[in-house]
Design a protein around this ligand. Sequence first.
Ligand code: G3P
Length: 216
Amino acid sequence: MKFFIDTANLAQIKEAKELGILDGVTTNPSLMAKEGIKGQDAVLQHYKTICETVDGDISAEVISTDFAGIVEEGKKLAAIHPNIVVKVPMIKDGVKALKWFTDNGIKTNCTLVFSAGQAILAAKAGATYVSPFIGRIDDSSWDGVELIAQIAQIYSIQGFETEILAASIRNALHIVKCAEAGADVCTCPLDSILGLLKHPLTDIGLAKFLEDAKKM
Ligand code: G3P
């Protein structure tokens, strides 16, 4: 399973990269706004900086909702760097645009996916990645990880090549459960990635080893 970091924060991207396990980055308009990135030039420049920081797929989201606008915007984003993946919402014109990008050799990430039906449509349109939002599904009292397992089963039976990118990850357990359910990628906040490190018995064991090492 690949690890992406779900942020537009350069310090966090660098910290995850230094861990040596980072395969890519996903962003969205909310994450960009959180970093205070304003205006088209600044947005494009920020994506360029991320691409120059991490050698892996970098998802950059369109904000248009009509076919022509999504294609126009996606072409601009894809021109920034070969690693850009155009992130397109799961709406009617989004599906049409996904197919257009697929036919024109531009990588895509279909975002805001909350059902198996939507995931089938994204795969039929040739999306490179499909992004089910695990945490937001859990928030609405459904089981986000169960959706990952269902999509993994459907894609395997049908031979779809779209990669399942588990998004809206909220904690380390989500990452473990998504790996178990067959996600190809997890995109996570830095805290959730670092949460994988934690176990009290590791801390206790290390303290004891270091204490005993003084007697060696
Ligand atoms: O990038 C999309 C997704 O990961 C958003 O997560 O925590 O806002 O539901 P969250």
